[in-house]
Ligand binder design. Structure first.
Ligand SMILES: C[S@@+](CC[C@H](N)C(=O)[O-])C[C@H]1O[C@@H](n2cnc3c(N)ncnc32)[C@H](O)[C@@H]1O
Length: 320
């Protein structure tokens, strides 16, 4: 209750206080005003909502925002060669933890509750915390055991570690020294340090001869809009003005990957986002620039459709 000062001012302040203490604000109805709802109750910045509306339409916009704001479950990926998904499920059941197989990745289980850091399988590197959409990336590179795979944006090493566990020899290139150390830690924990070599370097100029690698992965820096369930703050980290710079970096990294791969090899481009500029348009521009690449397949995953991160992946083939 305000008392000091002019009596009119006190009446005004008290009226505001009564209003604030009263009924909560009425949020826009998601059916009648999906954009208004998404930008207020849904806590999504307007530029993201506009992009999602253009891609998905109003009904799916609401479903996406609800999925982005839902509590994320923990996804564990079995480390190939160390354990299988079924063994992991049995181990979790024995520890009294409810888990179910992921419908998206044959290597993942979804943990309903529990601290993954407390699990022996995770501590010992037989399993890692990895989203089911991310777990699709290393197998999609299509490398054979013994192949040399260049990962040109590798930190903290989730996918590089997966590639090495699948039998590839991996050169993990990471510009950030701290994140490069995390890749090396991942390699030791998974028991693949003999096959996973980390260098601190700019992936746009990797320490590789042209055509030296059998395959390359560019899991590029992006707006991260596909991982808002797990990283809610990511929605505020980038604005629409950042997209052009990210696209430029993404294109430069994939072009460096294409140079490093031998004819007949694959280049896998992935980003954990769904903006058209960073997905379909990057691929279209790449194919405009280079006639030595052929597009095999693209796939966009969505939190509201797949119950996983909104990853985009494009499999490219080096034709000559
Ligand atoms: C999306 S993250 C990669 C995640 C990783 N593939 C994984 O599964 O753990 C992108 C990484 O690229 C790194 N990066 C950014 N610009 C780079 C550059 N020019 N060269 C090499 N790495 C770069 C970032 O520091 C970041 O660690």
């Amino acid at each position: 209750m305000a008392r000091a000062g002019h009596r009119g001012q006190a009446r005004y302040v008290n009226a505001v206080l009564r209003r604030l203490a009263g009924a909560p604000p009425a949020w826009p109805d998601p059916e009648r005003d999906p954009v208004g709802w998404a930008t207020t109750r849904g806590s999504h910045p307007a530029w993201i909502v506009e992009d999602a509306l253009a891609r998905l339409g109003p009904q799916q916009l609401v479903a996406l925002v609800e999925a982005d704001n839902a509590r994320p479950e923990v996804s564990l990926r079995a480390t190939p060669g160390r354990t299988t998904r079924d063994e992991l499920l049995a181990e979790l059941a024995e520890a009294g933890l409810a888990a179910r197989p992921s419908p998206l990745s044959p290597d993942c289980v979804t943990l309903e509750r529990g601290d993954p850091g407390a699990l022996a399988a995770v501590r010992e590197g037989r399993a890692v915390v990895q989203d089911a959409a991310s777990a699709l990336i290393a197998p999609a590179v299509g490398a054979s055991p013994g192949d040399l795979v260049a990962d040109l944006a590798a930190g903290p090493g989730g996918k590089a570690g997966h590639l090495a566990a699948l039998g590839a020899r991996v050169l993990a290139v990471e510009r950030n020294r701290r994140r490069a150390r995390l890749v090396a830690d991942t390699a030791s924990r998974l028991g693949v340090a003999d096959r996973l070599h980390t260098v601190v370097a700019d992936g746009r100029r990797p320490p590789l001869r042209p055509g030296q690698a059998d395959a390359a992965l560019v899991d590029a820096p992006c707006t991260n809009l596909g991982s808002l369930r797990r990283r809610p703050e990511a929605r505020w980290r980038h604005g629409p003005d950042d997209v052009a710079g990210l696209v430029e970096l993404q294109l430069a990294l994939v072009e460096a990957a294409a140079d490093a791969v031998r004819p007949g090899g694959t280049v896998l481009y992935s980003v954990c986002t769904w903006t058209t500029a960073e997905t379909e348009e990057v691929v279209a521009e790449l194919l405009r620039r280079r006639d030595d690449l052929r597009l095999d397949e693209t796939r966009q995953l969505w939190p509201h459709r797949n119950g996983a991160d909104g990853m985009f992946l494009a499999q490219l083939f080096k034709v000559r």
